[in-house]
Design a protein around this ligand. Structure first.
Ligand SMILES: N[C@@H](CCC(=O)N[C@@H](CS)C(=O)NCC(=O)O)C(=O)O
Length: 217
């Protein structure tokens, strides 16, 4: 049985919950209350080197980082979600957009709306006075414009006929854009792509009642 170390408000965890559901893989959920800093234990560090969620336990293997988990799951259980040549490079490039451009713009911007600025600064590892919200807004607009341009030309980010793990990686926080006060209708190709993802068999929306989770840390 797979175990997902999870937090219901985390967009990174949502990527993994969504993908597990899309590929029809059963798993159990272990709630790690990162907002209450219950992740800062030696026990959790053995599973997740940076003590962050998501982390996945698959038999003897522990994997941390949403993108590493998506790739592990696709390679092991759902290879149809990996782009073939000549689209493989584009798949990795868009996964990289999720790990860098989105993780440094929309993801922290949304965090500043979801928790107070002192908490956001703590989780981002910066002094509260240095929390650069206008910079996050500028970077968010830039990455969404680029994604919109790509998706106006291709139905899926890797340029394939069917979605790949790159779409799930980039969807995680794009699905939560409204929580960062973004009007997604300003990006019509992204809005249409979000609808296509929402129509995939097995789709689950972001967010979970905390009560459905089991606290283990
Ligand atoms: N690169 C990682 C980032 C994971 C991450 O930022 N996790 C956040 C929740 S979304 C976390 O666990 N924060 C708690 C902490 O860093 O103490 C991924 O893509 O999964």
């Amino acid at each position: 049985m797979l175990t997902l170390h999870d937090h219901p408000r985390s967009g990174n965890c949502y990527k993994v919950r969504l993908f597990l559901s899309l590929i029809g893989k059963d798993y159990q959920r272990s709630f790690v209350d990162v907002l209450a800093r219950k992740n800062q234990t030696k026990e959790f560090e053995r599973i997740s080197a940076f003590q962050q969620v998501p982390a996945l336990t698959d038999g003897d293997i522990s994997i941390w980082d949403s993108h590493a988990i998506l790739l592990h799951l696709a390679h092991k259980y759902a290879p149809e979600w990996l782009a073939p040549m000549p689209h493989l490079g584009a798949m990795y490039a868009w996964i990289s957009v999720s790990t860098n451009e989105i993780a440094n713009s929309l993801q922290p911007l949304r965090l500043t709306y979801v928790v107070n600025s002192a908490e956001a600064a703590h989780h981002l590892g910066v002094n509260e006075a240095l929390l650069d919200v206008p910079g996050m807004e500028r970077r968010t607009e830039r990455v969404l414009r680029r994604m919109d341009k790509r998706l106006a030309e291709n139905g899926w980010l890797a340029g394939t006929d069917t979605p790949t793990v790159a779409d799930i990686a980039c969807y995680g926080y794009t699905a939560l854009a409204e929580e960062a006060a973004i009007d997604i209708l300003a990006y019509p190709a992204i809005a249409a792509w979000r609808k296509r993802i929402q129509q995939l068999p097995g789709y689950v929306p972001p967010g979970l009642p905390v009560a459905t989770a089991t606290q283990t840390n």
